[in-house]
Design a protein around this ligand. Structure first.
Ligand code: IPE
Ligand code: IPE
Ligand code: MG
Length: 251
């Protein structure tokens, strides 16, 4: 059986709040625990030889959460960046943040810019944090930028793709969501058109390298048809070309 190469993996890191609440803790405790396991998953993606890993850390809709929760998420992002900087640079990882970061504190923006610049020429894993990110927002911005730069011209799928925030990431091959809910929640809408979806009940703070690898291996064996018929059916249909021709003429 053919094995798919899953080059771009996207993860909706969900279930932090419920993880904490079932342990009678405040929701933010779940975010703190959740932030601690991120580097394990990055490391595993690197070991699996994945080209790009995109992590959903804060959505455009998450702005509606209580300010205290939002501010904890901001602080955790900053802490993560300070802690991970060395590891990112040592492991040849190219780090980027995708989304509207304008409301982040100046210091955090500086830390992001520094790490993006210092890792820009790295040739290993493309690690992207989707922060202040929304799939619809990204598509609207891409379209508006295109119209501004190309007045009167018609947009195509290829052109729209090239106007996305980080076109180099390409299509998502595997989209994982932890936390048990089965929805996309406005993540990478354009890029996930043909993504394989995998939903796990495991809440993000409990997500382990071993489960990640198992999902990767399991999905690698799925047949991806992209609208076509399976490759074995395709072979058979070629063999039966004469029979098929008869069917068509008599139909
Ligand atoms: C995901 O965990 C992290 C963010 C959305 C920032 P949640 O905070 O959504 O956790 P649940 O889904 O409420 O358990
Ligand atoms: C999606 O999770 C966003 C992130 C994980 C950053 P949410 O918890 O915000 O999604 P909904 O509200 O359950 O759809
Ligand atoms: Mg959630």
């Amino acid at each position: 059986m053919a094995v798919n190469k899953l080059e771009h993996i996207a993860i909706i890191m969900d279930g932090n709040g419920r993880w904490a609440q079932t342990r009678s803790h405040a929701r933010v405790w779940g975010h703190i625990r959740g932030s601690k396991i991120v580097s394990n998953i990055v490391e595993e993606a690197d070991d699996l030889g994945v080209r790009a890993l995109t992590l959903y850390a804060f959505s455009t809709e998450n702005w509606s959460r209580p300010v205290t929760e939002v501010s904890v998420l901001f602080k955790l992002l900053k802490k993560f960046l300070i802690k991970e900087r060395k590891r990112v640079l040592k492991n040849n990882i190219q780090f980027k943040v995708m989304g509207d970061t304008s409301k982040l504190p100046e210091k955090t923006k500086e830390i992001i810019a520094d790490l993006e610049n210092d890792s820009a020429n790295n040739t290993g894993l493309k690690l992207t944090f989707a922060f202040g990110y929304g799939g619809r927002d990204e598509i609207v911005h891409a379209t508006n930028r295109f119209i501004k730069e190309n007045p009167g011209k018609e947009i195509t799928e290829e052109l729209l793709q090239s106007y996305l925030l980080l076109p180099e990431l390409g299509d998502v091959d595997l989209l994982i969501r932890t936390g048990g809910d089965q929805r996309i929640s406005n993540f990478l809408l354009w890029q996930s058109a043909y993504a394989e979806l995998y939903f796990t009940e495991t809440q993000w703070p409990d997500f382990k390298k071993e489960e990640f690898r198992k999902i990767y291996e399991f999905v690698s064996l799925r047949e991806r048809r992209f609208g076509n018929i399976s490759s074995s059916d395709l072979q058979n249909s070629k063999k039966k070309a004469i029979e098929n021709k008869e069917i068509i003429t008599n139909f």
